[in-house]
Each structure stands twice: as C-alpha cells, then as structure tokens.
Design a protein around this ligand. Structure first.
Ligand SMILES: [Zn+2]
Length: 533
C-alpha cells in the first residue's frame, strides 16, 4: 500500500481460544466414546489480561460483546439486537472417534473481477481500462470437525474492517457456520479493488472523489460467494490425508527497507526499481521458502495451499487488471492440475517486494511468474500424504490501538482539502476507518488451523516478515505456514524495532507499536493450542 501519517492505552481484548481434536481411531484398550474428542480449553485465560486501558468486562462479557458486535455489524442490525446475533466461539460438537471418514472438503471459486471504470487500489491509480486476466476468490469449506471451517483467498489489494467482516459473514452464512470459523485473505495485487466500506462512505461524502469500492459490485461478489459455497457443499468429498512441502524461491523476495548507517530507513526498495543500488544491495531479511499444504482423498490431491511472503506486483497503475505474477503462477499450477484447487496466500510480506529483481518492465512479469511457479512445483514434489489424525481450529482476538500520531479531525480536514491529490485524500480515509473501528471495539480475529503437525496461521494485514519467522521459531516441531493480508484494517504491521527506523511502511502503519506484542502473543497462543503431533 502507498504513503503519509498518533498513542492510546493498551487494549488486548478477548484472548479466547479453544481447540477441537478431530476424529481418530481409538488406540487399543482406549474407551471409544465421544468424550475422548471433547473440546479442550474452551476458556483459555492467559495470565496477562490486565493491561492499562483494558476494557473492564469479564472474559465472558468481552467475548459475547465482541462476537455479537461483529455479527451485528455484519448483519446490519443494531447493537441492541446483538444478543440474538450469531453466536460464535461456541464449542464444537464432538464427533464419533470411530468415523474417520467424516471429514469432507468442498472447494469453491468465483469471479471478483471489477467492472470497467471501477477504482483500483483505492482510487488513486488509474481505474479499470482492461482486464489482462481475471481476478478470483478461491477457497474451500472443511466439514466434519465441528461447525464448518472456511478458508478463502481473494485477488484483491485488501479487505478491511467492515468489508472483511461482511465477507466472512456472507461465506459463513452460506457454509452454515459462524464468522469466527471463516478466514479471508487477499493476495494484495494493486491493479485490483481495495475495499473498506467506512472509507467509501467518507470519500463519497466529499462528492468529488473516486470511489474506494462500488457497493453494488461489492455485493455482487458476496452473492457470488454465497452461491459458489452452496454449490460446492453439494459436492463435498472426503478428505483423509494432509501433506506439506517447502522449497526455496530464487530471486524474487527482497527486503524493501534499506537502512542507513544511522539505523534509519535510508531508501525504500519498492516492488520495482531501476536504481542499480537497489539491485546491488543483498536481499536482507526475507523468508525465501515457498510452503505448500495439501489435502487429499486417499492419494487424490483435492486442494493445495501455497504460501510465500512478498508483495505480488511486477508493475501496476496502468488500469489493466491482473492477478500479477503470484496469481499467474497459481493459475498455471491450476492448469497443470485441474482436479486440485490451488490457493495462493501472501505471507507476512509487508516489508518484502521484488524490487531487487524487478525493474518494472513488462518483460519481468513472466520471469517472476516462472520463479514462483518453480517454487510451487518444487514444494509440491516434496508432498508426502499422511492420514489425518488430528484437526483443530483456534482463534484469538486482538484490538491494537491506533497510533497517537493520527488525529481524526486533522485527517478529515486533509480529506476535505480539494487542492490535494486524490492519493492524499482517499488514502487517509483508511486511517479514519481504523480509528473509528477501534472506538467501536471491533477486534481482529487471528486464527489457526492445526492438522497433524501442520499449523496454518491466518493473520491480518501487511505484517512484516519477522512475524512469520517468529511463528516458525515458536513451534520448531511443527510445519508453520502463515497467510497474512487477512483483515487489512491496520495497513502495515511493522515490528516494534522497525517503528523508530521510520520509512514508508511505518508512515502508513495505523497502529501503535504495541501491536507487535499483541500480535506476537496472539501467534504464540494460536500455536500453543496445537496438539503435539
Ligand atoms: Zn502493501
């Protein structure tokens, strides 16, 4: 996301987490009854819940408030009615341990290509003039381990705040589950929609600014999502095995932040660069590994989730919609294996881009596509399916405060200033959206899907790569794959060490540096809920 730039009390609301262990055959001599699969830690209360500025509610009040607030918001009903809203975080129902065939997977996909003239990347770059290749939302519903679990990834720049909750709620409704069991991520291409409904209301009120996202198009996408999921559920197939692989990707990711001798960011190596210095300086801190987690029915691969941390843009700003190099690599794998649904998740790529290896010319897109594709292929060759013996879904809510640098009134004045460029008016609307969301105490839900010794973490926004490196380090015995770019409300999520270094990403990080502790703690909580393999 692109650039500009406030400290309130710490708030880490609701640290609720639970785990469900999926069906497994009882061991010899073990009693075969449902209690062996019962929900564990339905109220896992961490030690550090009382920090300054924390909302004074009981754990139960907090959970109910947050869950019902989000559901009420999504459903467009008043908070007074929230007691009757969808009750999320209800412990899973148990399954019989002697029925291992009841896990099912229902893949779905639907088109989310914006119409001609629609804003791209929030309206401050050229709108849609042509479509080089269509944008898709791809996912699957996992059935048979409590209420359905939905994973979905969208070829959009971002889905923020209420827009993200509406997506999760719509998919949840169609899948017959609750929004806390639905995770939606964006690949973060820039010639793509960048949806925030609060921002749309703010810019629309100005009367002279381009849309953030057009609501009729947005709703059509949600309708398409509901339809796709309902159709998919009718064709769910058994899922019996899981596999994982990881392969190094050559010459794509490079760290965007180049530090000077004073320890401050001296230069931003963007997604593309023609600066020879940017090409000469080493990669810096990256995660070179592309990871794959696949689900099978026996030996038949049903779904393959790929993860790599890097901004996915080769070039953009020309009005030509494309899934760009990461999405194109995914599409190629999809052509290779039409019977398997391929998903591509952008990892914690907030401070990562292809700038060292990309001059922004058209010729570089196929080159970068090939490198990601090669990584997917190499990773896929390492897949060794093993039967699923445990499956758990766990969530953890955080509510990081906005940075005190940002004043809503000052930003609104800036948005009203018609002498400014569109980017200097549309973009700050996202800051206001985060400030208002924080005031409404609507948290970000982190989630973890734990299958055998694999943990798939579902994280928000533009996390710096250090978060996924920490996640893997926190669970050395597990294969940890991180999908970021979930709820995009906070924009960039630097580490606390990165804030004093400055630079572009910090200038557009809406949250206070406390977000580091909240997110890192949340990641550890998710991983701690995983059963030892
Ligand atoms: Zn970005």
């Amino acid at each position: 996301m692109i650039d500009s730039a406030s400290r309130i009390g710490i708030t880490d609301v609701d640290r609720d987490s639970f785990e469900f262990v999926a069906p497994r055959r009882p061991l010899a001599g073990e009693p075969s009854h449902e209690s062996s699969l019962a929900v564990e830690n339905p109220e896992m209360e961490p030690a550090s819940l009382t920090s300054p500025g924390e909302i004074q509610m009981t754990q139960s009040d907090r959970r109910q408030f947050l869950v019902s607030t989000a559901a009420a918001l999504a459903a467009g009903i008043s908070l007074d009615q929230r007691a009757t809203a969808t009750r999320a975080n209800t412990p899973d129902q148990t399954k019989r341990p002697d029925s291992p065939g009841n896990l099912h997977l229902a893949p779905f996909r639907f088109d989310v290509t914006p119409p001609m003239g629609h804003s791209l990347c929030g309206g401050w770059i050229k709108p849609v003039l042509a479509v080089d290749d269509p944008l898709e939302a791809i996912g699957f519903v996992l059935l048979g381990s409590g209420k359905p679990i939905v994973l979905c990834v969208v070829d959009w720049t971002g889905l923020l705040n209420e827009a993200h909750i509406q997506w999760r709620s719509a998919l949840a409704e169609a899948a017959g589950t609750t929004p806390d069991r639905v995770t939606v991520h964006c690949v973060h291409q820039h010639n793509a929609p960048f949806a925030c409904l609060e921002s749309e209301r703010i810019v629309l009120a100005q009367g002279d600014l381009p849309h953030i996202v057009e609501l009729d198009f947005f709703r059509k996408c949600l309708d398409a999502g509901r339809t796709a999921i309902r159709a998919a559920l009718k064709q769910a197939v058994p899922v019996t095995h899981v596999a994982h692989g990881a392969a190094r990707v050559e010459k794509v990711a490079s760290n965007r932040r180049i530090l000077g001798p004073d320890g401050k960011v001296a230069s931003q190596r963007g997604s593309s660069s023609r600066n020879p210095e940017h090409q000469r300086i080493p990669d810096g801190v990256i995660d070179p590994m592309l990871k794959t987690v696949a689900f099978y029915n026996g030996q038949r691969k049903l779904a393959s989730c790929h993860y790599y941390a890097c901004h996915p843009m080769s070039y953009y700003g020309d009005g030509r919609v494309s899934a760009d190099f990461c999405g194109l690599a995914r599409k190629r794998r999809q052509q290779d294996e039409p019977d398997c649904t391929h998903l591509y998740f952008n990892g914690c790529g907030g401070n990562i881009g292809a700038g060292k290896y990309n001059d922004g010319s058209k010729a570089r897109r196929p080159v970068l596509t090939q490198r990601i594709y090669d990584g997917m292929l190499k990773s896929s060759r390492l897949l060794k399916p093993e039967s699923i013996h445990s499956l758990g879904w766990t969530t953890h809510d955080i509510l990081p405060p906005p940075d005190a640098r940002f004043s809503e009134n000052a930003i609104l004045k800036q948005i009203q200033d018609t002498s400014r460029a569109v980017s200097q008016r549309n973009r700050p609307s996202y800051t206001v959206a985060w400030i208002r969301r924080y005031q409404r105490k609507i948290p970000i839900t982190l989630a973890g899907l734990h299958v055998n010794n694999v943990s798939m973490l579902h994280l928000p926004s533009e996390c710096f790569v250090e978060y996924q490196l920490r996640a893997q380090a926190a669970a050395p015995g597990r294969f940890v794959a991180c999908a970021a770019y979930g709820d995009g409300g906070p924009w960039y999520i630097p580490t606390k060490e990165a804030y004093p270094q400055g630079g572009y990403a910090v200038s557009v990080a809406w949250c206070d540096p406390q977000i580091d502790g909240l997110l890192t703690g949340g990641i550890k909580t998710l991983l701690a809920a995983a059963k030892p393999a």
